[in-house]
Every structure is written in C-alpha cells, then in structure tokens.
Design a protein around this ligand. Structure first.
Ligand code: ADP
Ligand code: MG
Length: 703
C-alpha cells in the first residue's frame, strides 16, 4: 500500500501544517503519538482502500476506538491529497461532513479534532448545530448534527459542498439519521464521486449494510476491552437516584483508584445527584480521598462540558452524565460504571397523538454499552442497580429506532421541502406505523402546512424555513396578524434555549431568594408571558451579566436567546413578515400574544375537568398536571402548553391561560364537534357554540 499521505509532509521533513501553512506546535506531535495508539489506526489502510473501491462503507468499532475523531481525518486526507492551503475553491468542494445525533458531541468532538489537526476551531475544522454555525469558507471538516445536514439538503439537494459524508452514531437511529440514509441512497446515484461512511458502535451495522443492497463492505475494528465485572442488586430499587448516590459513595470509599461514571436521565436529576454525592462525601471528611464531581448533559454550557475531559490529578473523578457518555463521548480513565438502567427518551403514542419525554428502562444493548465504558483502560466494575432477572426478562434487546416512536410532523415538513413527494412509500430502514404517518399528515393539514392532496402549501413552505417545530413556526408566522410579532419572536427565542432560571446549588436562603426573583417576573396569566417579561427585563438592563446574577437568571441562556431571536427575525424579514406590537398600555397587549400562541399550538390544549379536578388534553383525553415550575397562580379552565414531560406523572410545561371562545375563532377546523370524543371539554365547547349561535342570531335581528 501507499504511505500514509496525511503525514507525507512530515515524512518529507516539513514542519508546516498543510491546512493553514503554520508550523506545527509541540502539542500536535504529542497528541499525534497518542492518536496513533487508537485501534482504528491499525485499520487505516484497509479502511481507505475499501473506500477507494466503494462508494459506501460501514464501519463498526467499540466506543473509544477512534471512529469519530480519526476517521473523518483519514477520509479528508484521502480526498485532498493534491490540494494546497491556498487552493480554496477546491477545498470548499471537498469538504468532509460528519454527522452527530447530539449537539454536545458535535461541539466537543470538533474542538478536539481542531486541536489534533493543530488548527483553530471555526476555521479549517468547524461545527454546525441548530442556531449556531461555527464553520467558515475555510472549513474542510465539519461536524454537524444530523438534523442540520438534513436542513442543508433543503437548499443543496445533492449535497454538492461535500465530497464525503460520514453518518456517525448510526446505531442511535435518530429520525434525522434514518431520513439521511434514504436521502443519501438517492444522492449516491446521481453523485458517483460522493463517498459515504456509516459508523456504528454496535453490530446492528449489518442492517445498514443490507440497506445499501449489501454492496457496502463492512469493516469491524476490534476494541481493546478489558474485563468488566458485573454486579446486580438483589432486589429491584424503589428510588434509583438514591440507590445510585449510595453506590457511588460506596465505590469512592471502598474501591481502588479509577474514575466513576454514573448514568442518570436529565439535567435536574444530575445536578441534584452531584450535590448529594458531594454532601455525602463531605460528611465522610478525612476518611476518604478527595473527589471531583462533574455533571454532563446537553444543556450545560460548552466550557463546562469540556471539564469532563480535563484530568483531575490527585482526586477521583466522578462523572454524572446522561446517555451522552454511553457512546457519543469517550471519557478516559473510567473504571467504575454505575447504571441505574434508565434513560429519558421520546415516547410517542400515535393512538393518542401525544409525544413526550419519558424516563424509561434502557435496552440490553445499552446496558452492555454502559458496562463497556468501565473497561477501556483497565479491568473495571459495573454496578447495575437492577436484578439479573430483570436484565434477562424485562429489558428489550434493542432500543426501537426513534422513527417508530416520534411524532413525524417536523420531519415530514422537512422531507416535503426536500422534494420527497411520497412520504408513505419513502425507503425507510424501518417504516413508521401507518397510524403515525396518518397522524403526522393530519397535524400538518390542521396547521395549514399541507393541502388535501398532501402538497406543501405556501404557509408550509415558509414554516419549513424556520428551524422550529411546526407549531412554533406557525405561531411566529401568524403573529403579525395578531399584531404582536415582536413579542412572539422573543417568546419563541426563549423557548428555543435552555431553561433561563438558575436554581442555586445550595443554601435554603439562596433558594428562597431565587424563588422570589422568579416571582418578580411571573406573569399570572402564563409562563409564555413570564418568559417575555424576563427577555424584556434583560434588554432593559442592557444585557448586564451582574443583573442576571442578582436575579438568578442564566446569562448565557439569555445571550443565546437574543442571538436566536436575531436569526429568526432574519428569516421573517426574508418572507416580509411584519414586525409589530400592540401598544403596551392596551388591554389587548397580552390577549393578542396569548391568541397568537394558540393560533400555532391549538393542538396542545388541556381542559380542566371540574368533576375530577384534573386536566385532560383535548381530543386525546390524557390526564396531565401543570408542571411545578409554572407561574400560573390559579387553575385556568383552558390552557395551551408547550410540551408534555412524563416522570412519575405527566406534566405539561410552559402553560398559558386561554379562553374557550378563542378556540372556536382561531381553530374552528380542529374544534369542530363531529370528531370530538365525549368529555367535559366537548360539552363546554358545545355550550360555547350555542352561545355563539344565539349571539349571531341576536345581532342579525338587530340589523
Ligand atoms: P469513538 O468515536 O470510536 O467512540 P472517539 O474518536 O470519540 O472514539 O475517541 C477516541 C479517543 O480520543 C478517546 O478515547 C479519547 O482518548 C480521545 N478524545 C476524544 N475526545 C476528546 C476530548 N474532547 N478531549 C480529550 N480526548 C479526547
Ligand atoms: Mg464516536
């Protein structure tokens, strides 16, 4: 085989980096030595050889074998042997794109790879995630979320800016990755020059190979796993968070050196657990060694995310992470894994049409991946906080692909925009249930995004331009009709960023102060309006970080909302959507805003049933509760909500008070009585319709 071309310049003694013409730093060589020990390096020739001979290659390798960081560099090198740093035009055409299902992974990995290539992040190596594009015309290697690549395909259907696409973490089977599979299969036919690498951490890869007609070679990179001893609990645990905390503390007290990785399900749970672990270890005082406790979840600011990779000499690192650490990010030095067996994921029941985030048991495949994280550098131990019987009997063998458990509204909008006419007969790797397809089409139809024939309407076209879910996009697009687009824009921006409220980690007094601060912004008619208050206050206080600090507001979240707002405003102006406000003193100021929200989200409405005191979602009749974080100080008869979250109960989060009459005015096609299941809400609506009828009658008579 040929000598490895990427370092040909080094072999020839060049000390200059081919990407930016600068001399290589000391760090470059240091990292390079380390990189060369990664398992994928042993297969470099084989991989590149297979890719030269084939358009598609499937690559399976244990997490940590170097797939995400190394393969894109190998491919890049293969595609760019002949270019020079000044050859910009060529370069652009030769970009390598590597998709990631998770934003965090795209950010974190691109940063690492920029360091490995000895270039600046955002220049030769970049990343693109929703609302944040850190790539430039110089970018030759871009890490982007699978959703962003789909969006790019909307304007560049043949993906002409790429010479190679790497679908990473394909085993995650996100909706976007699944759609990309189908799309790439088509694109490959018209672009014989395009190379595609599908990378996966699990053996399901054979399915990917089959999808491409069996022509794609499959290369397996064996991992270097050490033995991991598995422990199960004798009984099932009632409180898995508490059990997890105790296990972590126990490990820290009794086990030899090595870092700990605990899997939990979400931000709040993780932050709470970190605090409690710190407290318990603190209580042990000098009996135990020092520990560095590090949270890891997707809404954590990037600088804090990076902390998991920093060594913590002299202490034991305890990482408390979401599923991100299962296969997306590799943290070196983990010897102990604590696995409660749960994950938060999207669950969708097409019969009732509600999509929600739920804490659910993981699959056997996930459990095995988690266990594997303990054996990368040395023999390890994995504590499963469930019984062996439960592992054998209760856990599913694989996680279902996301496409069979999602509401496909957003996806369908994108697919239509991509020119995929027949959504039902698209070449899905796993087709969604007919009921799910039907539901999604129905939703787009109700929103006015699609006509009777299933074609995108003008409104649907514009909706697809916004990087928002269809309901939010519609709210924004119709907001000028309610004379409140300035305000709705702010609310949509706030809804698109992480929670802006800071919950102080410790101290009763601080917590009380935070609650009081929040109460000062609270709008009693709803959480959407509260978000608007906060955004306004932030701007009025000149985006002052210390004002944020004093008011327990997350400054970074606010800055990013401001940035998102500008991006959305640009799209609005492109479509001549008017920026306007109702006069603040007017009684209609908030009424108009509430109506506009309803105009997009009329399918996310719940009604308070007097008989039971519970909220039921309209048409689906699911019992839901107002989320404890709500600012509503009363239980309105009707509420519109932003999302449904299921933990021990089903909660609707970000809710606003609306009036039943508005439903008849704003969404009569959805609130017609014929297809409405029997319930209290229906009876109330019927009364409203009758009243409406009488009033019309009266005014006719008067005339
Ligand atoms: P894979 O994609 O096969 O799971 P990666 O390419 O993500 O593997 O990781 C390979 C190795 O690169 C890891 O074991 C780790 O040593 C190193 N690495 C990856 N990301 C970082 C980072 N942000 N900081 C330091 N080292 C990293
Ligand atoms: Mg990876």
């Amino acid at each position: 085989g040929a000598a490895s071309p990427m370092f040909a310049d080094q072999a020839s003694g060049s000390i200059f980096n081919r990407w930016n013409g600068k001399p290589y730093s000391q760090n470059f060589h240091h990292i390079l030595d380390k990189r060369k020990t990664l398992p994928v390096w042993q297969h470099k020739e084989e991989i590149l050889d297979a890719l030269k001979k084939n358009q598609v290659l499937v690559l399976v390798g244990e997490t940590g074998s170097g797939k995400t960081t190394q393969i894109p560099q190998f491919v890049l090198e293969m595609m760019m042997v002949e270019t020079t740093p000044s050859d910009d035009k060529r370069r652009k055409k030769m970009m390598v794109g590597c998709t990631q299902p998770r934003r965090v992974a795209a950010m974190s990995v691109s940063q690492r790879v920029a360091e490995e290539m000895d270039v600046t992040l955002g220049e030769e190596v970049g990343y693109t995630i929703r609302f944040e594009d850190k790539s430039s015309p110089n970018t030759v290697l871009n890490y982007l979320t699978d959703g962003m690549l789909l969006r790019e395909a909307m304007t560049d259907p043949l993906l002409k800016s790429y010479s190679a696409i790497i679908l990473d973490e394909a085993h995650e089977r996100t909706v976007a990755t699944d759609i990309l599979f189908g799309l790439l299969k088509q694109v490959l036919r018209s672009r014989p020059d395009l190379k595609v690498v599908v990378m996966s951490a699990t053996l399901e890869a054979e399915k990917f190979q089959g999808y491409f007609g069996g022509e794609a070679p499959l290369i397996k990179v064996p991992g270097r796993l050490h033995d991991v001893e598995v422990f199960y609990t004798a009984e099932s645990q009632r409180d898995y968070v508490e059990a997890a905390i105790q296990t972590v503390v126990q490990v820290h007290m009794c086990e030899g050196p090595g870092d700990v990785l605990l899997f939990l399900t979400g931000e709040e749970e993780i932050e709470d657990a970190c605090r409690n672990i710190a407290k318990e270890i603190g209580n042990l005082g000098g009996q135990v060694g020092p520990a560095t406790i590090i949270p890891l979840y997707s809404t954590l600011p990037p600088a804090l995310q990076q902390k998991v990779f920093e060594p913590a000499p002299g202490t034991r690192k305890i990482v408390v992470s979401t599923n991100i650490a299962e296969t997306s990010l590799t943290i070196d030095g983990i010897v102990y894994v604590v696995d409660p067996g749960f994950v938060k994921r999207k669950v969708y029941d097409p019969r009732v049409g509600a999509e929600s985030l739920q804490v659910t048991p993981i699959s056997k495949a996930s459990a095995e991946q988690r266990k594997g994280r303990a054996g990368r550098t040395a023999p390890g131990k994995c504590y499963r906080l469930y019984t062996e019987k439960s592992f054998d009997k209760d856990l599913q063998s694989q996680t279902d692909p996301e496409i069979v458990r999602s509401n496909l509204g957003t996806t369908f909008l994108t697919m239509k925009k991509l020119g995929i006419d027949d959504l039902v007969h698209f070449d899905y790797m796993d087709p969604p249930a007919p009921k799910t397809l039907e539901r999604a089409l129905e939703m787009l139809y109700y929103l006015g995004a699609m006509d009777d024939e299933g074609n995108l309407t003008k409104l649907g076209q514009i909706m697809s331009e916004f990087p928002l879910d269809p309901q939010t996009a519609k709210t924004l697009i119709v907001s000028p009709e309610f004379n409140c687009s300035n305000e709705i824009l702010s609310i949509c921006a706030m809804l698109s960023v992480p929670n802006c409220f800071v919950r102080p980690p410790k101290g009763e007094a601080r917590r009380k102060a935070a609650d009081e601060a929040k109460a000062r912004f609270a709008h009693i008619e709803g959480d959407h309006l509260t978000l608007l208050n906060i955004y306004h206050a932030f701007k009025l206080n000149n985006e002052d970080p210390s004002w944020c600090y004093e008011n327990f507001i997350n400054y970074k979240a606010m800055k990013s909302a401001d940035n998102v707002r500008q991006q959305l405003a640009r799209i609005m102006s492109r479509y001549n959507l008017r920026m306007c406000s109702t006069e603040f003193g007017s009684r209609d100021y908030y009424v108009n805003i509430r109506k506009a929200i309803l105009a997009g989200c009329f399918m996310q409405v719940a009604h308070l049933e007097r008989s039971t005191g519970h909220y039921l979602t309209v048409k689906d009749n699911q019992v839901v509760h107002l989320h404890p974080s709500t600012c509503l100080d009363h239980n309105p008869q009707w509420v519109v909500y932003n999302e449904c979250v299921v933990t021990s109960r089903s909660f609707i989060r970000t809710t606003t008070d609306i009036r039943g009459e508005w439903l008849l005015d704003i969404a009569p096609h959805f609130y017609e009585m014929e297809n409405f299941p029997e319930c209290e809400a229906k009876r109330v609506l019927k009364t409203l319709y009758k009243k409406r009828g009488r009033e019309m009658e009266k005014s006719k008579n008067r005339r």
